[in-house]
Structures are given as C-alpha cells and as structure tokens.
Design a protein around this ligand. Structure first.
Ligand code: AHM
Ligand code: MG
Length: 338
C-alpha cells in the first residue's frame, strides 16, 4: 500500500528532494538548476510570442562560428547569461554565441564552484517556421580554486566530469529534461500555473530500432560506414524486418527527445565540407551524451566514447552518433569494417 498521496510533483520539489543527499547540503546546485529553470521560462515566453513581438528573423550578424544569428539566439543568450550572473550561482559560462568564455568576476560568483556550458537556442534556423527549438546545458565543478576568477581549464574538462546536464524543448509543449547522474527525468511546463511538473519519470530508450535521424542531403560527403548504415536502415528484405523510419527536424534537441521516447539513432557525422562534423563537443555532444547514457543509450564519435574525449578548444566540433545502443554499435561496426 502506498504511504503517500499521488499528486503532481513540481520541478522545484524534485530538485530539492533529489539534491539534498548528494551535494553536501550546500544547495548550490539546487540554486543553479533553479536559475536555469527560470531563464528557460523567460525564453519560452519569448518564443511563444515571437511572431507577435518582432523577434523572429535574423539580426544580420554572424556569431563567432560564422553562423547567422537569429534575434532569438541573441535574446536567449542574454537571458541565460544575465540570470546566471545575477543569481550568483556560477563563476563563469561558455555559450555557443560568445567567442570566449565569460568570467563573471565578482565576489559572489567567484566563490561558486560551478561552471555552465550551453547552447542557449539550438536549432534556431527553425524558428521562423515555428518548429521546435531547444536549450542545452552542461554543468561542471570548477577545477581552479573557488574565490578566484574562473579559468579556461575549468571549461576544458571531459564529459565524464559533468555534474549535471539537460535540455529544454520549446515545442508543442515545453519540456525540461535533466540528469545529475542518477537517471533522466522530464518535466512539462504548465503555462497556466507557471510551473514545470514531473511528466517523464526515469526515461529510458526503449529497446526498439525504430528511427534514424540524419541530414541525408549530405549523403555524398559521408564516410563509407555511414553510407552503409543508411542503406542498411533502408533495406527491404523479402519477409525481413521493417526498415527503420526516417525523422529529422534540424533541431538536435527535438530529434534526441523524440528518439529517446520512441527508440532510434541520431547521426551528424563528418563530411568533406565539415571534417569534424558540425556539433560542438562541450555544449551539444557532451550534455546529450550524458543524458543518453543515463537513459541506457550510447554516444560516440564513431570510434570513441564522446564523454571521454579530452577537449582542447571551447568551440571544438565532433562527429556525433547517439541513441539506442544496438544501433550506435552497428554504425561503429560498419565504420570499422569499411
Ligand atoms: P545550431 O546550434 O547553430 O542551431 O546548430 C546545431 C543544429 C542542430 O540542432 C541540428 O541537429 C543541426 O544543427 C542541423 O544541421 P543541418 O542543418 O546541417 O542538418
Ligand atoms: Mg546548437
């Protein structure tokens, strides 16, 4: 018999309940996750009003990586940076939109033991078409001494050192999914109440080889092993199993979230025009890899475990395969064979 009343659990309650044993009761990580939740709500609000408040479209500028910045990219970047800075919960941040890391450099922030690396608005090329976009974040404990300004080495840590990671999807509903290394949980935003509620408890990749997600427009550029996998996924054997189904939005978070629910693999391999792939190791691949492994899946660059790659640059790119274990292992096998 249950000894508690079933009732909706808010994200705030869940964070407090699940952090208290693990972070030496100082509450810093709790405050940090709460700040990300708050900034996520603000970005969600802006995205919902995007068409009405003149913030769709491009700024006319490019970011450090030569990509066109959408107005919402800039706005989401400012919201996350300002919220984290003002709440005094991290000593510094790396953002896809900023050339270098940002050191918050004041007494309160410098005393914090955490750094955040993030893509404030992933998939932003989709905004003008009202397709799901997301935010991705990764949290590490700093390696330099608290009380001093943050250093580059605090950000250049392997993914295995992540303390927490997660994403928000701003889609048909807004969902925040995160892990602190003991499973993955998802929370759906109720706009009427203004809170996130636990809706996806202990998410695990189902044991099904169902979906493959890849930009097949780049097919001609792919390595042989990837081409072999695509042909395998499309196979039509007489009386054989049904081939996989293709789904690709161009928003990493949307593709990963769907594949985690239905089972499948996401691939962004290297191509001749992108020798290291497109996705960024520190704030796209690593956090998604941490969530994927916690959900029973696998993430690799085709050969190595993503989370074991030692980063050299904050905007470093990496080929990325991620999803249902058996599918990732099959692609790795094809890569090895050809
Ligand atoms: P972004 O961070 O500039 O939005 O780029 C990352 C996005 C991913 O969300 C998505 O999976 C991929 O780029 C799509 O790239 P492509 O248009 O080359 O398929
Ligand atoms: Mg991105």
């Amino acid at each position: 018999m249950k000894n508690h009343i079933d009732r909706p659990i808010t994200l705030g309650e869940f964070i407090i309940e699940n952090q208290k044993d693990f972070e030496y009761a100082q509450g810093e990580l709790t405050a940090l996750l709460s700040s990300l939740r708050l900034a996520g709500k603000m970005v969600n609000q802006a995205i919902n009003r995007a068409g009405l408040s003149n913030i769709i479209g491009k700024t006319g500028n490019e970011n450090v990586q030569g990509e066109h910045q959408a107005k919402l990219d800039v706005m989401a970047n400012e919201v996350f940076i300002n919220t984290l800075r003002n709440r005094g919960v991290v000593c510094g941040i790396v953002s896809e939109e900023e050339e270098d890391f940002i050191s918050f450099e004041n007494e309160i922030n410098d005393s914090s033991k955490y750094v955040v690396l993030m893509d404030p608005l992933d998939g932003s090329s989709n905004i003008d078409a009202n397709i799901t976009v997301g935010t991705i974040f990764s949290i590490y404990r700093r390696v330099s001494k608290p009380g001093t300004p943050v250093k580059r080495k605090d950000f250049l840590q392997a993914g295995t050192k992540q303390v927490a990671a997660g994403y928000l999807t701003y889609g048909s509903s807004t969902i925040l999914v995160y892990t602190t290394g003991s499973g993955v949980n998802g929370f759906t935003f109720d706009p009427g109440i203004g809170s996130f509620f636990l809706s996806h408890k202990d998410i695990k990749f189902p044991n099904s080889e169902y979906i493959y997600s890849i930009n097949e427009g780049n097919y001609g550029q792919f390595p042989k092993g990837i081409k072999k996998f695509i042909k395998w996924a499309q196979r039509m054997e007489k009386n054989g199993p049904r081939p996989l189904t293709a789904r690709y939005t161009g928003s990493l978070v949307a593709d990963i979230h769907r594949n985690m629910i239905f089972g499948g693999i996401y691939l962004y391999p290297q191509g001749t025009s992108a020798p290291n792939g497109k996705l960024r190791l520190l704030y796209e691949a690593n956090p998604i890899a941490f969530l994927t492994e916690q959900a029973g899946g696998k993430a690799s660059d085709g050969i190595n475990r993503i989370m074991e790659i030692v980063p050299e640059d904050i905007h470093q790119r990496v080929p990325f395969l991620c999803g249902t274990k058996s599918l990732v292992e099959l692609v790795e096998k094809f890569i090895k064979e050809v």
